[in-house]
Design a protein around this ligand. Structure first.
Ligand SMILES: NC(=O)c1ccc[n+]([C@@H]2O[C@H](COP(=O)([O-])OP(=O)(O)OC[C@H]3O[C@@H](n4cnc5c(N)ncnc54)[C@H](OP(=O)(O)O)[C@@H]3O)[C@@H](O)[C@H]2O)c1
Length: 342
């Protein structure tokens, strides 16, 4: 079987295809024959050179789906032929997040899924219903679940909410689709008028180009008649956080997720305090939350927005394409041949 491993090349790690032996199953493990994968901005962060952490030899990616091809002797509830997704945090299955769970992230602290076969604990996968394709399923473990936890588990978003979304990437477009499914109002900012048009087709109510309207926080206040928004999907980091706080409504909730403009965003605690605001730190989600999200996705017939599909053999090209930020929604890999979907 073949798998990708990261190898350092100049100032970053790039995925290289290598031959690897088939791993023997322990009693509690299953073997998945992978069909499809998706990339996240986080995979670019992990493949960037960092003098304090070596990624040499790491199997990249957290997100993929496949069919169970073998089960260990102690696996009762799963069977050969079922479609599954490994979960992002191998050890965050149910209940509250525990600090050590962060050390179980696939494609980071633990080996990832960009391989023809993945061997994993039986309790660290979610069963995917037959109606959801392998490709669609492969987009769900990180981006979709992050939007889900942010909006519904922590944000309690509903039809009375107004949500600000930053950009048109994977997390952003899942959040847009989820928010419109519960009839929340959505204001979306993007660098591109073409991308804004696509967001409008997906139901975004107010569109702002943050290149041509750099003081977008003022525009958000204007279009909300001075009130601001009840929820913000904060993806940008230092360049966006202060503006987010400016246009947060009284009692509102900043769902802190992203680092697109870097790390170390600073907040104005007095402003937060004076408007009775909340900042909720979001780290993907649990298996239990993933299972709830699948029920919602099926109920609302939500299909992930897949921008581009690369063949398994072109992982490096897929990484470069994601880094170019031309996409909207998700960039994927499959066992099949390459085709552009948009
Ligand atoms: N905390 C967590 O658990 C968690 C989970 C998943 C992702 N994340 C983080 O969330 C962020 C998004 O991840 P992703 O995988 O969805 O990324 P992605 O698909 O690569 O999306 C990137 C998009 O972000 C937008 N963007 C870039 N700079 C921006 C800015 N200054 N203001 C507004 N939008 C901007 C751009 O959209 P336009 O071209 O439309 O402007 C860009 O195409 C990343 O920082 C990632 O690390 C965190």
């Amino acid at each position: 079987m073949k798998q990708y491993q990261l190898h350092k090349h100049e100032d970053k790690y790039i995925p290289q295809l290598v031959d690897a032996g088939t791993v023997e199953l322990r009693p509690d493990e299953i073997r998945i024959a992978m069909d499809a994968w998706s990339l996240n901005y986080r995979d670019l962060l992990i493949s960037a050179f960092n003098p304090t952490v070596s990624r040499e030899g790491l199997i990249p990616l957290s997100d993929g789906s496949g069919l169970i091809e073998a089960v260990g002797s102690n696996v009762g509830h799963l069977s050969i032929g079922q479609r599954v997704c490994p979960i992002f945090f191998h050890d965050w299955r149910t209940g509250a997040f525990e600090e050590q769970d962060v050390q179980s992230a696939l494609g980071g602290a633990r080996p990832g899924v960009l391989a023809e076969e993945v061997v994993i604990h039986k309790d660290s996968v979610v069963v995917i219903p037959k109606q959801i394709s392998a490709l669609d399923a492969a987009t769900l473990p990180c981006a979709a679940l992050t939007a889900w936890q942010a909006l519904f588990v922590r944000g309690h978003l509903d039809q009375h909410s107004t949500l600000l979304i930053q950009g048109t990437g994977g997390v952003a477009l899942f959040a847009l689709q989820f928010a419109k499914a519960v009839n929340a109002k959505v204001i979306l900012i993007s660098s591109s008028d073409d991308k804004l048009k696509q967001a409008q087709q997906l139901g975004a109510d107010v569109l702002i180009n943050y290149r041509t309207t750099p003081e977008w926080d003022k525009e958000v206040k204007k279009v909300t008649e001075g009130v601001g928004v009840s929820h913000i999907l904060e993806l940008g980091g230092p360049a966006t956080f202060p503006r987010s706080l400016n246009c947060l409504a009284a009692g509102g909730n900043i769902l802190q997720i992203g680092v697109l403009t870097g790390f170390g965003a600073e907040t104005n605690l007095m402003r937060l305090q004076s408007i009775n605001g909340t900042i909720s730190g979001i780290s993907v989600g649990s298996r239990e939350q993933f299972e709830d999200m699948i029920v919602f996705i099926q109920q609302h017939k939500i299909r992930p927005i897949i921008n581009t599909i690369f063949p398994f053999s072109q992982a490096a090209e897929a990484f470069n394409y994601l880094a170019s930020a031309q996409h909207t929604g998700k960039v994927c890999l499959t066992k099949g041949s390459c085709k552009v979907v948009i």
